[in-house]
Design a protein around this ligand. Structure first.
Ligand SMILES: C[S@@+](CC[C@H](N)C(=O)[O-])C[C@H]1O[C@@H](n2cnc3c(N)ncnc32)[C@H](O)[C@@H]1O
Length: 253
């Protein structure tokens, strides 16, 4: 019998690995396994000489793993978006060679890789450039889950709803959510617009009970009742939660 033809083309794998918002204890066993088994671990950062948040989580949990950094511009606005798309394209170009060699690449990302993540941009560019690549994700604990947990919030019950909005450019996306009193509202990327967020929640009677978590699991971590925060603005890594408006429990004897 003839030998089978040599495997001239092996398909690489790109895995988006969610590492949670900050505390290395939030890494799942699946995430740890994927990172350890990967041929290459890629981590986004703002400059190659600065460790990104996802990389620092990996280093704290798995000091033996070294990450290769990929630059992503996180500036707001149109310029920032264009820079991120450009960054994703360059990342995909850099990953093309290892993927064609059949390597498995773990791309580590804050929180979950399918929720407002740089991974989805990279995955799109990789699918375009290296269509044979198998692309998968491993879910991670999302920032708002950590805020709800640390803030002692029962986020949703019965038939309540959840809005997850961003406020990077302002509070416009809050309006629809504020029209639903029985919905919890999670606000990502709103650190620069903290005052507007507070004012909008206050107008809707939703400021009391709202909580903000900043830099959770990382150096400088804070969790506070939003109405007590005096800072004009917070960092990019701040998450606000306004729980649903609930009727007070009837008094029991
Ligand atoms: C690009 S999104 C990443 C979301 C992430 N993929 C997730 O699943 O939660 C960035 C936003 O997530 C929130 N965030 C991420 N990490 C956080 C942390 N450690 N503490 C507070 N908020 C965080 C902030 O609202 C931040 O602006």
């Amino acid at each position: 019998m003839n030998d089978p033809p040599p495997n001239r083309y092996r398909t690489g794998r790109l895995i988006g690995v969610g590492v949670g918002p900050g505390d290395p204890g939030n890494l799942t066993l699946r995430a740890i396994r994927a990172i350890k088994e990967a041929d290459l671990v890629i981590a986004p950062c703002s400059s190659t000489d600065t460790e990104g948040r996802a990389e620092s989580i990996v280093r704290n949990a798995l000091p033996e793993v070294s990450c290769q950094r990929i630059i992503f511009d996180m500036s707001p606005g149109e310029t920032g978006t264009q820079a991120r798309v450009r960054g994703a394209r360059e990342a995909a170009l850099g990953l093309h060679g290892p993927l064609c060699e059949g390597k498995t690449i773990a791309f580590v990302t804050l929180g979950d890789p399918n929720v407002f993540s740089t991974f989805s941009l990279v995955a799109k560019e990789v699918a375009h450039l290296s269509p044979e690549t198998e692309i998968r994700t491993i879910p991670g604990i999302m920032a708002f889950q950590e805020v709800a947990s640390m803030g002692g919030l029962n986020l949703l019950d019965e038939t309540e709803k959840l809005f997850l909005v961003t406020a990077r450019e302002g509070t416009e996306d809050l309006d629809e959510a504020l029209g639903s009193p029985n919905a919890a509202i999670v606000i990502y990327k709103g650190g620069r617009h903290l005052q507007e967020i507070k004012a909008a929640l206050d107008m809707a009677g939703r400021l009391k009970g709202a909580v903000v978590g900043e830099m959770l699991g990382l150096e400088g971590e804070t969790i506070s009742d939003l109405d007590t925060v005096t800072a004009q603005r917070l960092s990019y890594l701040a998450t606000v939660i306004a729980p649903p408006l609930r009727k007070p429990e009837p008094a029991t004897d």
